[in-house]
Design a protein around this ligand. Structure first.
Ligand code: RAM
Length: 897
């Protein structure tokens, strides 16, 4: 028997997902072993349509048989056709290199959702608006139903145009802000929950509260009611009994509707809750709803009902305030110690009718009051009216705020630190990355990057969480996607977001600057003279090819490439058709957005990105076996690069605009000849030096800046920029107390104070795309497109700067890849790595006198072979396992001194 154990069986990237709609769900498992260099050589998957069958070894759906293959991720189910609402149980066993078989894995499962429109018996129900109110109360709706004895299985499928909070017999089911944000004209996600445990014999009840959400509430800065006037709910519950009979409970005209304590709740305008209007017991069996109204039944819905792909949104952490201060006005300002996103929970005791207010802001003004100018039209305030029943506890429902400071207004009595708590809310993308160095400032920078992600990954990747915007800006998303995928498992999150990008694609082929639509498309803001909002902004629209490619690199996901291939082709064709001699036009666009004192000409930037889109598309075509297309787009890339050089690059290597970003993009996108590359590096490093070792890049340049320097042999310059504390720099904000990444380098400066309130977010992840460099270069955990998803990793740490230690780990689909390097004062480098089972790594160990002390406990040598030796160091091939290496290393700064 082999030593291999099988763990972490997943279906469609998730553990035992319920209600999916993929007809060939992809299966994943992990191998673990205490041995080194462990490989799977074959697998056998069995799938059964019930647990009983599985336990009796009756694989009635699929038995793959012993299949010679090393593949342990992304294996598409290839058995009998799956049926609506079916349950499928599966397990797998594998063979190792000695053809020894493992134990079977534990049994995993998935269930299917409602697969065809005809099977939906539920109706869309809502509540008519209350006349004369600008902000509408949230509808409460309920339904009682009888359950016979012995429920075998009960599943509820639910969605909303708007948001829903569902409960069964008074117990909450599901998560926050369901069903998430999509372009509701095109599609809405259906969430499925197994409620078997919640069913009881006799009367049961469903209760639902509806929120306006993105569908009917305020979205962005253009409009309210982007998609509809008021929310609607759709639900279907299937209850199966042990005796084989079954019944449905669906949303329809038989439900009862009322308004309740939530007077309004808007994502961007906050909430008012009047506890005196609570409908006690409304969501439980036995409630008398005779005074309630009939719901308003909507005639239908033309979009797609798709199974939810996005990870659920939930409270992932609760923060306690670190400080409380009474203001001159008699209010209290709490400091959460961290700029966070979510809401505040408060406990209060007082007279009925007393109103308290929770007001939220990211910063304080110089006079110590909340700084709310940068919120624009957003109102980050929740009001609670007490019912006067002893200790009352309140948290809001369908709103969220970006804040570090909370002002408590009108509080009866003296609040304490424990009076409030900050609930951190975001899409539940499990943490996959960790990174720690010898420099506390660098560690804080990494923490700020992850907080930026937590603060802005809420159903879609948003730009900011506080002002009246919070939009899915595609440019921000693409530049940060790689960093994001080291930090957290964003497989499902970005798979869903790609549908948002696709749903917004213009008939012309242009991918848009914002997805899902936030009114741009509906208000026909494109192709008018209002051309600031253009559908094809360079670096924004390109997200449509960069994000799928990132998912392929990080997760080996070929399906996303195949699914969206035609859309990507249309994008590149659009760019080709809308350029002259392959040069993109100079028209108003965002350029290298929020660069600092360096304007990159938009035609240079746009042509560079055009080339990059063509290049990535060529790689994508190659990855999915479209060789002719690959050749075509490679040739297109070469032609664009040629046009770029003749149009923008002088014989001395100066690129039009002469900004850091023009050089960085030209280098990283491969637009230059070897000769011109040298000149570009000289000009880039010269530019940085002239600025006093400082950067000037905006959103698009910043992600490539340190990679470009490192790839060009300028590692010390990269480290200097990373740890630079003078303005503008990452560390400048940290020196001044930042706990998140700011939107602008100069969001606040000592000389000028706050930047313009009209656009100044303190929680914006874009400039945090340096996280990618930290993992790929500083720690050196790099994916290999030839074996994507880290089937083969390139481990190439870059010790340097003032750091003496870096420890990073990334949990790939195969398991954890970790790297730790330590530099002693005597110049000894010690490198420890871990490579997961069923993968291998090429390991670059820099320095002289390299020793492969491969297993400081014995077994020296096993699993690790020397591939190459040079003046720079040694290259090894390491199979799975833990290894340590040492070398004599010359710090770069000493070498240059
Ligand atoms: C602002 C934000 C956003 C950016 C756009 C172009 O709204 O900074 O992040 O993508 O501009």
């Amino acid at each position: 028997m082999t030593t291999i154990r099988i763990t972490a069986c997943k279906t469609e990237y998730a553990v035992n997902p319920v209600g999916i709609d993929s007809m060939h769900p992809r299966l994943f498992w992990r191998l673990e072993s205490d041995e080194r260099d462990v490989r799977q050589t074959a697998y056998q998957i069995v799938v059964a349509s019930s647990l009983e069958k599985m336990n009796q070894d009756e694989a009635d759906m699929w038995d793959s048989g012993k299949t010679a293959s090393g593949q342990s991720i992304q294996i598409a189910y290839a058995g009998a056709p799956l049926r609506s609402e079916g349950e499928y149980f599966w397990k797998v066993r594998v063979w190792d290199g000695r053809d020894q078989v493992s134990q079977w894995s534990e049994t995993a499962y998935w269930t299917m959702g409602i697969l065809s429109r005809g099977e939906w018996k539920g109706k869309w129900i809502g509540r008519r608006s209350s006349p004369g109110l600008a902000m509408q109360p949230s509808p409460y709706m309920r339904k009682s139903f009888a359950v016979k004895t012995n429920v075998r299985r009960a599943v509820v499928y639910a969605t909303a145009l708007g948001l829903f909070k569902l409960s069964v017999n008074g117990e909450a089911v599901g998560h926050l802000f369901a069903p998430g944000w999509t372009d509701y004209d095109k599609r809405v996600q259906v969430h499925a929950y197994d409620i078997t445990d919640k069913m009881k014999q006799g009367e049961n009840s469903f209760g639902v509260i509806l929120g306006d959400g993105w569908y009917a509430g305020t979205v962005g800065f253009i409009s309210k009611h982007v998609y509809g006037e008021r929310p609607f709910f759709l639900m279907q519950a299937s209850i199966e009994y042990e005796d084989g009979s079954s019944e449905l409970v669906v949303s329809d005209g038989s439900w009862r509707a009322a308004e309740g304590p939530i007077r309004y709740s808007d994502m961007i305008k906050g909430e008012t809750y009047d506890a005196r209007l609570e409908l006690t017991g409304w969501d439980r069996p036995g409630y008398d709803a005779s005074g309630w109204e009939s719901p308003d039944v909507r005639s239908g819905y033309n979009g797609l009902l798709v199974a939810a792909v996005e990870p659920q949104i939930c409270i992932t952490e609760t923060l306690k305030p670190v400080d409380i201060r009474k203001t001159a006005a008699g209010t209290y300002i709490f400091d959460m110690g961290q700029n966070m996103v979510g809401w505040t929970e408060v406990t209060v005791k007082g007279e009925p009718g007393t109103q308290i207010t929770l007001s939220h802001a990211e910063m304080l003004s110089p006079d110590g009051t909340l700084y709310v100018d940068n919120l624009r039209e957003a109102v980050q305030q929740d009001h609670y009216v007490l019912k006067g029943a002893g200790d009352e506890r309140y948290e809001p429902h369908f709103t969220f705020h970006g804040f570090r400071y909370v002002e408590l207004i009108g509080y009866p009595g003296e609040p304490e630190l424990t009076t409030i708590a900050g609930k951190v809310i975001h899409s539940d993308t499990p943490v996959t990355g960790s990174l720690e160095t010898s420099d506390p400032m660098v560690n804080r920078l990494y923490a700020n990057i992850t907080w930026g992600q937590r603060g802005n990954f809420l159903s879609v990747p948003t730009d900011c969480p506080q002002r009246d915007e919070r939009l899915g800006w595609t440019g921000d998303a693409q530049i940060f996607a790689r960093t994001a995928s080291y930090n957290m498992d964003v497989s499902r999150f970005f798979t869903k977001y790609m549908w948002d990008i696709i749903d917004c694609q213009q008939p012309s082929g242009a991918f848009t600057d914002v997805a899902p639509d936030a009114g741009w498309i509906r208000h026909k803001m494109w192709n008018t003279n209002l051309n600031w909002f253009a559908p094809d902004n360079a670096g924004w629209g390109d997200a449509g090819v960069i994000i799928p490619w990132t998912l392929y690199l990080m997760y080996g996901d070929k399906q996303i490439l195949e699914t969206h291939y035609d859309a990507m082709v249309r994008w590149v064709n659009y760019l080709t058709d809308n350029s002259e001699g392959l040069i993109r036009p100079n028209y108003a666009n965002y350029g290298d957005w929020l660069s600092i004192g360096a304007d990159t000409p938009s035609e240079v930037l746009a042509t560079a990105y055009f080339a990059y889109s063509a290049k990535v598309l060529a790689q994508i075509a190659g990855a999915i076996g479209k060789t002719a297309d690959m050749n075509r787009y490679e040739a297109l890339f070469d032609d664009i690069a040629g046009a770029f050089r003749s149009e923008f690059v002088g014989s001395d290597g100066r690129i039009h605009g002469d900004t850091q970003t023009v050089y960085v993009l030209a280098l990283q996108f491969g637009l230059l000849t070897d000769e011109l590359k040298k000149a570009a590096i000289r000009r880039l490093t010269g530019n940085i030096r002239e600025r006093g070792d400082r950067l000037s890049t905006g959103f698009l340049g910043v992600g490539y800046l340190l990679p470009a320097l490192t790839d060009s042999g300028e590692l010390d310059a990269a480290y200097t920029l990373l740890t630079q504390e003078a303005f503008p720099s990452w560390m400048y904000s940290i020196k001044h107390g930042a706990t998140t990444i700011w939107e602008r380098w100069d969001g606040w400066t000592q000389e000028k104070g706050f930047q313009t309130p009209s656009m100044n977010s303190f929680n914006h992840y874009s400039l945090g795309s340096v996280g990618e460099w930290m993992f790929r270069y500083m720690a050196g955990i790099e994916a290999d497109p030839a074996e994507p998803g880290f089937g083969h990793a390139v481990i190439r740490p870059r010790p340097g700067g003032s750091l003496s230690r870096v420890r990073a780990a990334y949990e790939s689909l195969y398991g954890v890849i970790s790297v730790e390097w330590n530099l002693s004062e005597q110049g000894e480098l010690r490198l420890e790595i871990e490579v997961p089972a069923n993968t291998a790594a090429t390991v670059h160990v820099p320095g002289r006198n390299v020793l492969a002390d491969v297993n400081p406990g014995g077994n020296a040598g096993a699993g690790c072979t020397l591939l190459q030796e040079s003046a720079e160091g040694c290259v090894f091939r390491a199979g799975s396992g833990k290894y340590a290496f040492t070398s004599t290393w010359m710090p770069v700064q000493t070498a240059n001194a």
